[in-house]
Design a protein around this ligand. Structure first.
Ligand code: AMP
Length: 286
């Protein structure tokens, strides 16, 4: 695995790969890698001749008071894991490479970024779309793989790629979970096994919501209040939102008649966690 720190260098390597007629599959991450990230890398391995992964903790997607400074950083371990998966290139820029002095340009996707995570974290998606647009320009992948764990992010990025005519195929891979059901997240590192068990109430709540929808409940308020009850019952939880939205447009849904995304943002002992599950009336979602 070759580590590349400079954008120009990465771009010229990517151009060489393409000249040779080979394809690039790319997985952008913020590091502190876990099985969820690694599942995306394995998927990328099947999708392209060359696999590139980036590790960059992007400060523009963190709001004031969020955990940028204490975001987990485990670079040496991450490198070992990526080598084991036969990753070809690790793009590892620093802040001055991504946002050099005089930097003035941001990418914004409207509408779908003002609900759910965007409502709670108003500057978050502007940071995400900006950094992902930059990374796609630098790595020039044919395919980029994102996780369903951050469902809204995947929808926003797909919209940006379509709107800006970026020549990349966006693939969304399933959420990888702990045995208890808790979605894997770099932030789970902050937790003890006992906290992981408590945090699993989020998944149990979402699953119960899906069951209700599958069994014919169409009133989203009813479904939300049942999920709320389950998550609220667990010790140390503070709910930011539980929401049922159209799975494609993210429009808020009152009466459930088509595929929906049930999403939740919950603080457990001060650590903010998000998760989601899809559900269709009358059948099991993924
Ligand atoms: P992050 O490092 O948190 O920015 O995540 C990098 C990529 O990994 C994003 O596309 C995430 O959606 C994805 N990801 C994070 N957690 C999981 C998970 N538990 N299962 C699948 N993908 C995930």
């Amino acid at each position: 695995m070759r580590t590349v720190k400079k954008a120009k260098r990465m771009q010229s390597l990517a151009a060489g790969i393409k000249r040779d007629g080979r394809t690039i599959a790319f997985v952008p991450t913020m590091g502190a890698l876990h099985e969820g990230h690694l599942s995306l890398v394995r998927r990328a391995r099947k999708l392209g001749d060359i696999v590139a992964v980036s590790i960059y903790v992007n400060r523009t997607q963190f709001g004031p008071g969020e955990d940028l400074k204490k975001y987990p950083r485990t670079l040496e371990r991450d490198k070992r894991l990526l080598r084991l998966l036969d990753v070809d290139y690790l793009f590892l820029p620093d802040d001055s490479e991504m946002y050099p002095s005089g930097y003035l340009t941001y990418v914004e996707t409207e509408g779908i970024t003002s609900v759910l995570e965007g409502k709670s974290r108003p500057t978050h998606f502007r940071g995400v779309t900006t950094v992902v647009a930059k990374l796609l320009n630098i790595v020039q992948p044919d395919v980029a793989v994102f996780g369903q764990k951050d469902a809204q992010q995947a929808i926003v990025i797909s919209r940006m790629v379509a709107d800006l005519n970026i020549p990349v195929k966006v693939i969304v891979a399933p959420t990888v979970r702990e045995k208890t059901g808790l979605a894997l997240s770099s932030r789970n590192r902050y937790f003890s096994p006992e906290q992981i068990r408590r945090a699993s109430c989020i998944y149990h709540g979402l699953k119960r919501g899906r069951e209700l929808i599958n069994s014919g409940v169409t009133d989203s308020k009813k479904v939300v209040s049942e999920i709320l009850r389950i998550i609220d019952d667990a010790e140390g939880t503070t709910i930011d939102y539980i929401s049922i939205n159209d799975a494609n447009t993210l429009d808020h849904v009152r009466k459930i008649t088509r595929e929906v995304l049930i999403s939740a943002a919950v603080e457990l002992d001060g650590v903010r966690l998000i998760d989601n599950i899809k559900a269709k009336p009358g059948r099991t979602g993924c």
